[in-house]
Design a protein around this ligand. Structure first.
Ligand code: C2E
Ligand code: CA
Ligand code: CA
Length: 757
């Protein structure tokens, strides 16, 4: 959580690009539409302007023609008057040139003609002369026409093919040149000239033929600059342009506002989504808009609620033990890790306790899983209730529990807690009306002495728990020597494997004395390990670990084979001694494999099944009562005798013993040894003997060391006894010697005790 990922790129960059796109789209749309409109309007405008001008030109032409014809009419009238003038005719007839000229001048001035021509007469009787009247077309005439029509007026004529001449014009000198060039270019097809660009300006042009002969062509050119027609539209266009510009500005502003109104809430949603991604479910998105984005925000908040509740449920499932409702192993590890971190920072101690039930497997197997579950629930409940709320109580799995003391971890605190746990479990559990003993073995590890981190602490507590179990002390604090011992055992185990193969194991035999006839009727085979370097190793040191690792089954097979073979040898030499062999709970779990192995060994040694007895400790029976019971029945069916070893230490119920197919009960030596000092032990031994007899079993006392014990046992009616008082375990040859001697000597003489080599 602390090392948060690098912040994502600022979302507004992306969002504003959405705004930009929006603005760009609208701008493009507006420009397109306005541009198209402008194009069409301009097109239409110039069309209209052209048409207007064309109309003006047409009108101008009409006016122009009218003026020309008026002039002509006036001249014609003038000529008619002149030609009928008597004095003029006389002057012509009299060839009076002076008068003729004066009349012509007079008359011409009157009609406004600028040229008066007298065509020299052909002297015939009639007509006598031609008189011509004309007015000269010059710039002044053009100016007059211009004033009347508002058009540029030009007179031109074609002098010869391809050569034109301007006679008069309202145009300036450079424009005249342009016009002349255009006329020359458009030879003969004067009507084609409509648009003329002169001096950089477009002129709407109309060419009117005044006279058109093949050899001669006179035209009047009427023109008006297009610009004049377009001027009003130009004003409209500029308004249109500014209007567009203003619209554009408004549009950009508006689009930006709309874009922001979309992107701001989207931005908020993005931020919220990022918070969720980082595991922060604490804040909802504020819903301001009632639009689609508002709806999205509402959905987002619903989704957030869904995630929160589902995650809570998942966490609960992941971190809670379903059976007891306590935190599970994962949760415990997490809290322990956290607590170690805090303790390290604050330089404070903390403690971990790990415990499991000593006989849980027996309960589970004999009474069934539902009862086992109920027992675990009850244990969890009691321990939880016995401790403070600040202490973490968790179920690690199976019958294993753990407690974390994160606060107030004074050195004695874990011991106090361990005692509290033991006290909480002191009272037998009552499940389905059945009272049940539920002792626990508790391992204690403290931070920082026993482990620097969570896993080291758990391991240390585990080691301590096994030590508590081994020593049967209820609880134990971690001690590094436990670990060393463990390490030693691992080495030992490796060596043990070798020992079985290389003949380092040997068997010693300890006699069981019968009180009935004072004879040795059977012996117990006890394994001995002569280690090549370490010397003699106690079975008590080897067997429990061989049992833990499962290697015991190999040892048992070796012992069985050796002991049965020995008994077979004795049997054939007339020494009828029943052979007792110790088997472990692990061996019994093998059921058929064990039974078959024993049967085969008996067959190979030619030993009757009845000459073999298998001893199983009471606690071994309770480890796996189900398979113990069925294996014992199968052995019994073969005719093999069976015995309950170390009786009195295993809390087995009378009902259970009854069901077991056993022949013998061996009272644990702890009771026998305590008989003299504690009358209660004597009472236990006595009642056990009676109990065994009531069940039809032979009762054997173990560990008899004194005269007194021997006498008491006889008094109580015990069937047989075993102990140093009679003989120590010894090799086969030594036993044979001892037996031959013992036959001649009264039982109970201590002088015959042979020490083990
Ligand atoms: P256990 O089956 O109860 O065997 C009897 C133990 O008591 C033997 O110890 C024996 O030497 C000892 N003992 C006999 N008389 C006296 C006495 O008067 N006083 C005292 N203090 N002890 C006496 P050992 O041989 O050291 O064996 C210890 C345990 O190791 C055995 O207890 C048995 O549980 C186990 N064990 C020995 N051999 C085998 C074996 O071959 N297979 C299995 N599974 N376990 C074995
Ligand atoms: Ca035994
Ligand atoms: Ca025993």
């Amino acid at each position: 959580m602390s090392d948060a990922p690098a912040p994502p790129p600022a979302p507004w960059v992306k969002l504003s690009s959405l705004g930009t796109r929006l603005v760009m789209f609208f701008v493009a749309l507006l420009v397109l539409v306005q541009g198209l409109a402008a194009f069409l309007v301009i097109q239409a405008n110039s069309q209209i302007a052209r048409q207007t001008i064309d109309q003006e030109l047409e009108q101008g032409e009409r006016v122009f023609r009218q003026l020309l014809s008026q002039n002509q009419t006036r001249l014609e009238q003038g000529v008619a008057i002149l030609s009928s003038d008597f004095a003029f005719r006389q002057a012509i007839a009299g060839n009076d040139t002076g008068t003729t000229l004066s009349v012509l001048r007079n008359h011409g001035a009157r009609v406004g003609a600028s040229v008066m021509t007298l065509v020299v007469p052909v002297l015939a009787p009639d007509p006598i002369a031609w008189v011509g009247l004309a007015f000269e077309v010059d710039d002044r005439v053009a100016q007059e026409l211009n004033q009347l029509t508002g058009l540029e007026v030009t007179f031109a004529s074609r002098v010869s093919r391809g050569t034109w001449q301007l006679h008069a014009s309202t145009l300036t000198a450079p424009l005249r040149g342009s016009l002349l060039a255009a006329l020359t270019g458009a030879e003969g097809l004067s009507a084609r000239i409509r648009d003329l660009n002169m001096g950089g300006e477009d002129y709407e042009t109309r060419v009117t033929d005044l006279e058109a002969r093949p050899d001669k062509k006179i035209v009047a050119v009427l023109q008006k600059p297009l610009e004049v027609g377009l001027a009003p539209f130009r004003r409209i266009s500029s308004s249109f342009f500014w209007l567009t510009l203003a619209g554009l500005a408004l549009l950009v502003g508006g689009a930006l506002i709309i874009a922001r109104s979309i992107t701001r809430p989207v931005h908020r949603l993005v931020e919220a989504a990022q918070r969720v991604q980082q595991g922060d479910y604490s804040r909802h998105v504020d819903v301001e808009n009632r639009d689609e984005i508002g709806a999205l925000a509402v959905s987002f908040n619903h989704m957030l609620d869904g995630i929160v509740s589902r995650e809570r449920e998942i966490l609960r499932l992941a971190y809670e033990d379903g059976l007891t409702g306590l935190p599970n192993r994962a949760m415990f590890n997490e809290q322990l890790t956290q607590a170690v971190r805090t303790a390290r920072r604050a330089e404070q101690p903390l403690a971990v306790l790990v415990f499991d039930m000593d006989r849980f497997k027996a309960i589970n197997d004999t009474l069934g899983h539902p009862v086992g579950d109920q027992a675990l629930r009850e244990v969890g409940h009691r321990v939880r209730k016995a401790l403070r709320d600040s202490d973490v109580v968790a179920r690690l799995g199976g019958d294993e529990f753990a407690v974390l003391l994160a606060t107030g971890g004074a050195e004695h605190a874990p011991l106090v807690v361990a005692k509290k746990i033991m006290k909480a479990l002191e009272e037998p559990l009552v499940i389905e009306g059945q009272p049940m003993d539920m002792a626990a073995s508790i391992g204690i590890a403290r931070y920082p002495e026993h482990g620097e981190d969570a896993s080291a602490l758990m391991r240390a507590a585990d080691v301590a728990m096994y030590e508590a179990k081994r020593a049967k002390t209820g609880y134990a604090t971690y001690d590094p020597t436990h670990d060393e011992r463990r390490q030693e055992f691992l080495t030992l185990l490796g060596e043990l494997r070798r020992a079985v193969d290389s003949g380092e194991l040997v068997l010693h035999y300890q006699p069981k004395m019968s009180f009935v006839d004072g004879r040795v009727t059977s012996v117990e085979a006890l394994v001995r390990w002569r280690h090549p370097t370490r010397g003699f190793i106690e079975p008590a040191e080897v067997i429990p670990f061989a049992e833990q690792t499962g290697y015991i089954t190999s040892i048992t097979r070796w012992v069985l084979a050796r002991a049965i073979e020995q008994a077979g040898v004795w049997e054939r030499t007339g020494l009828r001694i029943r052979m007792s062999v110790n088997v472990s709970a692990r061996d019994l779990q093998q059921e058929d494999a064990l039974v078959k192995y024993v049967a085969d060994a008996l067959l190979a040694a030619e030993l009757p099944a009845g000459m073999l007895c298998l001893e199983v400790t009471e606690s071994g029976l309770m480890e796996d009562p189900g398979s113990a019971q069925s294996t014992l029945r199968k052995l019994r069916e073969l005719g093999i005798a069976t015995s309950i070893d170390d009786y009195g230490t295993g809390y087995s119920s009378l009902a259970y013993i009854k069901q077991l197919a056993v022949n013998e009960l061996k009272i644990d030596r702890a009771f026998v040894a305590g008989m003299e000092a504690d009358r209660r032990n004597a009472a236990i031994v006595r009642s056990t003997i009676e109990l065994g007899h009531n069940l039809g079993l032979t009762v054997v006392a173990e560990g008899v060391e004194t005269d007194h014990e021997d006498m008491e046992l006889r008094r109580f009616g015990c069937d047989a006894a075993q102990g140093y008082f009679y003989a120590r375990p010894m090799p086969a040859a030594a036993l044979e010697r001892w037996l031959s001697g013992a036959r001649d000597k009264p039982v109970g003489s201590r002088g015959d005790i042979l020490g083990e080599a």
